[in-house]
Design a protein around this ligand. Structure first.
Ligand code: HEC
Length: 127
């Protein structure tokens, strides 16, 4: 009994440590999204996708068609845009920067819903 508890605790602590180190950072992802140094064209992701516009559903997709080419993951889609749109070097698909950009794109999901709710509230305020 006791030893299993100890083993469980060790794994729980290890899991938290690894999880903490791996946890993606939406804020850093947003910064990269606005970073013109990802490429050499002087543009950032934000130049073509202002505030992530048009990418709200991308976080839930697994296939993308960009400029006639199919990309089989969000990471591939991001790297495709870095290469083709920003004229930059693709980043490590398993790296921290990619995890952060992906986290930012996934965080866009709720954006539309929030906007809709705000719009609905206005007429009520006027009553
Ligand atoms: C020069 C303009 C341009 C730039 C800069 C650009 N993109 Fe794109 N991106 C496009 C176009 C065009 C498409 C395909 C049409 C669409 O789906 O909006 C696209 C598609 C995507 C998609 C797939 C959308 C979907 O759900 O099908 C993702 C994800 C994406 N871009 C991410 C990025 C990221 C991250 C960056 C920065 C590294 C970036 N883009 C920079 C033009 C650009």
């Amino acid at each position: 009994m006791k030893i299993t508890k100890v083993i469980f605790l060790v794994f729980a602590v290890l899991g938290l440590m690894v999880g903490g180190a791996m946890a993606a950072d939406v804020g850093k992802g947003k910064a990269l999204f606005n970073d013109t140094t990802l490429g050499t064209s002087g543009k950032s992701c934000n130049s073509c996708h202002p505030n992530g516009k048009g990418l709200e559903a991308s976080g839930a997709k697994s296939k993308f068609k960009i400029m006639g080419k199919t990309q089989n993951s969000l990471e591939e889609a991001v790297n495709f845009c870095i290469k083709m749109a920003l004229k930059g070097k693709p980043i490590d698909p398993k790296g921290k920067d990619m995890a952060n950009i992906v986290a930012y794109i996934k965080s866009l999901k709720g954006k539309k819903a929030v906007k809709k709710r705000r719009r609905r509230r206005k007429p009520i305020e006027g009553c």
